[in-house]
Design a protein around this ligand. Structure first.
Ligand code: PEP
Ligand code: MG
Length: 296
């Protein structure tokens, strides 16, 4: 079976009736890059940059981050590398952020909320990302978005960063900017959000948690945490429709994207990209190549 999968390296992710889809990899660390290449990912769909912060005892500097992002961009040699800005908070705490203890950390000060309230931390990461974009195909993705207003505030900050880099004569490339759709609010305003960004990536782990009101961290609730719940699947469909209506592409980067039981459903919904752990890429390619969407 291993051998068969290996034979799929270099092959397209294309259905029997000619529908092509992108298979990207999720990574948390530049050490995962070997796996990404071995499994023939067309790009990186989710680089969880918060792990850079979690590995350290103090804020990683612009230089430290730049070096990491540049290495990833260069290793991927022109393939798309989507780096998610820090998703600190909730289950991912770094002491030096000195966040207050919260009753409901999953609904607390986390991710983009930290970035918008502490723009100096955000700007350091953005500068590193923009600088690294001169060395490959980097895209930036923002987590835990709930409103158009947030996206506009982000845009203002990225504009400042670009202006500063221009003044300093520092090079950067064209950077696609997208958002994660992982809150029910983002789903419900996805029609408006789609007009503001370059792409969507659906985070089904959090989307399931917030839609079903079930803590994704609580193993006692496993039997209730049902990512196949029609509420979740209808939300995914709605997001895909709204993305396409605005002419942007949309992917899935939560665990559900790797769920073989749903691959044909996602193909039928018209999702453009699935970003999964590197080990799932070739098995999914096999399924995709054996699927005929027109017969579903
Ligand atoms: C998600 O929420 O689905 C996601 C991809 O992000 P994370 O699992 O890192 O929260
Ligand atoms: Mg998430």
């Amino acid at each position: 079976k291993k051998r068969l999968l290996k034979d799929l390296r270099g092959k397209a992710n294309i259905t029997l009736d000619g529908k092509e889809i992108k298979l990207y990899a999720n990574i948390g660390n530049s050490k995962d890059l070997a796996m990404v290449l071995q499994n023939d990912a067309a790009g990186i769909g989710l680089f969880r940059s918060e792990f850079i912060y979690l590995e350290k005892k103090e804020y990683p500097t612009e230089e430290e981050q730049f070096t990491i992002y540049k290495t990833v961009a260069q290793t991927m040699a022109g393939k798309k590398v989507i780096i998610r800005t820090l998703d600190i908070g909730a289950d991912k705490q770094a002491d030096y952020f000195k966040l207050d203890k919260e009753e409901n950390p999953a609904m607390g000060c986390r991710a983009i909320r930290i970035c918008l309230t502490r723009p100096e931390i955000f700007k350091t990461q953005l500068r590193a990302l923009f600088r690294a974009s001169a060395f490959g195909n980097i895209a930036i993705m923002y987590p835990m978005i709930i409103s158009v207003e947030e996206v506009r505030r982000i845009r203002e900050i990225t504009k400042q960063v670009e202006e500063e880099l221009n003044e300093q004569g520092i090079a950067y490339g064209l950077v696609e900017q997208g958002i994660m759709i992982e809150t029910p609010a983002a789903v419900m305003v996805s029609e408006e959000l789609a007009k503001e960004v370059d792409f969507f990536s659906i985070g089904t782990n959090d989307l399931t948690q917030y839609t079903l009101a079930i803590d994704r961290q609580n193993p006692q609730l496993d039997e209730f945490y049902d990512a196949h719940h029609p509420a979740v699947l209808r939300m995914i469909q709605m997001v895909i429709e709204n993305a396409h209506k605005a002419g942007i592409w949309v992917g899935i980067c939560g665990e559900l994207g790797a769920d073989a039981e749903l691959t044909s459903t996602f193909l039928k919904m018209g999702v453009d990209e699935l970003s999964v752990s590197p080990g799932y890429i070739l098995p999914l390619r096999k399924i995709i190549r054996e699927t005929d969407v027109s017969k579903l």
